[in-house]
Write a protein that binds this ligand. Sequence first.
Ligand code: B12
Ligand code: SF4
Length: 523
Amino acid sequence: MNNKKPSVLLVNPEEYNISNMNSCRFPVSLLYIAGSLESIDIEVNIVDLKINTIDEIVFDDYLFVGITMLTGKMIKEGLNVLQLFKDYNPDIPTVIGGVHPTLLAEQSLKNELVDFVVMGEGEETIKELSNALLLNDVNLFQDIKGLAYKVDNKIHINSGRVPSNMDELPIHLPYHLIGHDLSQVKLLPLHTSRGCPFRCAFCYNVAVNERKYRTKSASLVIQELDYILKKYPNVITIDFQAEDEFFIYPKRIKQLFEAIEEQKIKKIHWSAFLRWDTLSRVDDDLLNLIYEISFPVFSLGSESGNQRVLDEIIIKDIKINQIIEGTLRLTEKKINHISSFMCCLPTESLDELKDTLKLVRHLYEESLYFSINGIFMFNPIPGTHLFDRVVKDFNFNPPQNLIDWGDYEMGMLPIDAITWQTKRHALFCQDLSNWAKLGKPFAYFRTYNDFINDPKHKNTINDTFFNFLKYIFMSAIQRLRYKTMFFKYPFEFELIRQIERLQQPKRLQRLINKFFPAFKSQM
Ligand code: B12
Ligand code: SF4
């Protein structure tokens, strides 16, 4: 009798781009799936292509191979992995899940490498699918909610599954399955809510979560936090950004922080998403408490500095003055906050875009605690209101199959594909968003000082040196560009890219070690 446990392989096909594992984000989706599979005694192997290479994949006759996919490059890399497995043994079932296959299950199944799609939350669906595969009974597939599948090349799409009760999800995620040295890891994710009740026209939420917001109760979040900090004592940062909106119920957050204070849990750095209008429902006492007992960074979507764009195009349901008042309030409370903006939206005019730049400039002038993380090119995503609009009103021609979605580079569509704007506007936006990607406008020495004084960066003195040079150079150019509103010819990016290319093979590093021995690398 063969007593070997059944085993599966889960792959996160994000591109390898991590130079410092402490800033690396764990694939939360696969951790939940892994926890669920382990609870039914299935052995789980995870390959995270952010930190592993494709050569590290062990080929075996797994019960199935599962891949998580967002729209874009992850699909391409994911399909490469599935091809390798089909070449190794075409009988190993393949399962894909995540936002993209959820939205386009039928189209995804048309790809010959895909046998199953898990639509929406996967914890229960994957357990039922595993049992059906273990029993080798295809008749069981039809009763599995949230599953789409192929039998004899015929596609079946089952009905969806009721979203999980967050308090019933495991609170001890199997972080050890990801190939990090966990004794060294300083940042871990903690996932406390799913979904969002709002309706932004570019966001997946309306289609995938049907505007339903579910939360883990504060007491369970505290248990999970306590577990993480005791088990991994080096962790100093908790990432709440694997969820859409952390603050929707301020009462829950208040209970959480009161418990952190009461239990004297160590002062952590943390970041989370928050809406400007929700901020106005968060009272001063809570903000004061948060500031006193932790190091928060709030991430807020502003999207545009023009009210028509916010109301009519993005349907953001916020007011420009909420953004301005919010920044003033967070500044008074000394809370660092980062905001993201968008450009190249359908019907957006150049003047409306300039309102965005003026707002960014204004907020920087008003606050040392405000920064932006980008002015991102709008990119239509299936299942969203704006996607349907650009297809219907602007003849946008989206990819028609899974392979082509893998070439759909988010934020980097070729100009000819942008049918909802003039070429001139699209080119201007490309320059603008490239420019806004690197560095932070008005990044003064304060940012640099924060950076080197942060214990996380103490051991990477050479990186610090490069960042220092980068900040000085970029901030000078950025100040000038904002002042003159001239964003064309972004030569500074090419220059930074060239420097980073030199840095990559450690050539420049060697030079620095030679001429500036005081900065000698500790790595
Ligand atoms: C954290 C995050 C990131 C992180 C990590 C991404 C990652 N691989 O998880 C970073 C910063 C790298 C990132 C980058 C990007 N992101 Co992002 N990100 C998120 C965010 C906020 C949380 C993801 C998460 O951990 N969720 C929690 C887990 C539990 O949920 P889940 O991932 O959906 O997984 C469940 C199910 O989908 C399913 N499932 C998922 N995978 C699998 C696999 C198998 C085998 C099975 C069985 C089931 C299954 O089961 C899971 C458990 O129930 C989401 C929004 C959100 N709330 O999901 C946006 C989101 C996923 N990101 C999005 C986008 C657009 C991007 C970028 C393209 C942004 C950009 N312009 O660069 C990049 C692309 C990244 C890439 N490599 O291709 C979109 C995706 C839209 C789409 N159609 O794919 C989202 C939905 C945000 C939005 N509002 O639109 N992102
Ligand atoms: S507030 Fe954020 S998560 Fe909610 S719908 Fe808008 S973009 Fe999506």
